[in-house]
Design a protein around this ligand. Structure first.
Ligand code: FMN
Length: 163
């Protein structure tokens, strides 16, 4: 068994692009996480909603049509929501067992990554985390999709999964 799976959650598309890039680069399989009930399409509305409510609240996620036990290497990519990993990724890590798998993690953000990488570590106590990426995008409203992290940095991070 030497298969790699990329698992991501992306609200506004940044993580999706990097997840697709990672899939190609690693010749991996790809799976997207989604909330059971969709969030609003309006970015500012979601920011306001999640700011005004308790960020620790849970969301249900759609069941995955994949057998994770057949993969020994996992790439996890999520956006940061209020200084931590997205509630969708958090829920996934609570529901699915990734013990003993080799894992690299990324958290996309606009400059305030907060405790997102620590969140991964605490939710993956029995996994082997080989690489952590602070995936930085512009914080300017009109440039939300402009990546500051270089492709070189992403390539180096991806190499860790094969070490
Ligand atoms: C509800 C919400 C909360 C966010 N909280 C943060 C934050 O705490 N720190 C930060 O740097 N960026 C924050 N952002 C910005 C996103 O993390 C950033 O734009 C990321 O690249 C989006 O990835 P995506 O396009 O894959 O969803 C937030 C965005 C949303 C929608």
């Amino acid at each position: 068994m030497n298969k790699t799976l990329v698992i991501y959650y992306s609200f506004s598309g940044n993580c999706k692009k990097i997840a697709e890039y990672s899939k190609e680069k690693l010749n991996a399989d790809l799976i997207e996480l989604s909330p059971k009930e969709s969030f609003s399409d309006d970015y500012d509305e979601v920011v306001a909603e999640w700011q005004n409510n308790d960020i620790k609240r849970d969301v249900d996620i759609k069941k995955l049509d994949i057998d994770i036990s057949q993969y020994d290497k996992i790439v996890l990519i999520t956006c940061v929501w209020w200084y931590g990993i997205s509630p969708v990724m958090k829920r996934f890590l609570k529901e699915y067992d990734l013990s003993n798998k080799k894992i690299i993690v990324a958290a996309s953000n606009a400059g305030w990554i907060g405790h997102a990488l620590k969140d991964y570590e605490s939710l993956l106590p029995n996994s082997i985390i080989k690489g952590e990426l602070n995936l930085l995008f512009s914080s300017e409203k009109d440039k939300r999709h402009e990546m500051i992290t270089s492709i070189d940095e992403i390539d180096k991070w991806l190499e860790n999964i094969n070490d």
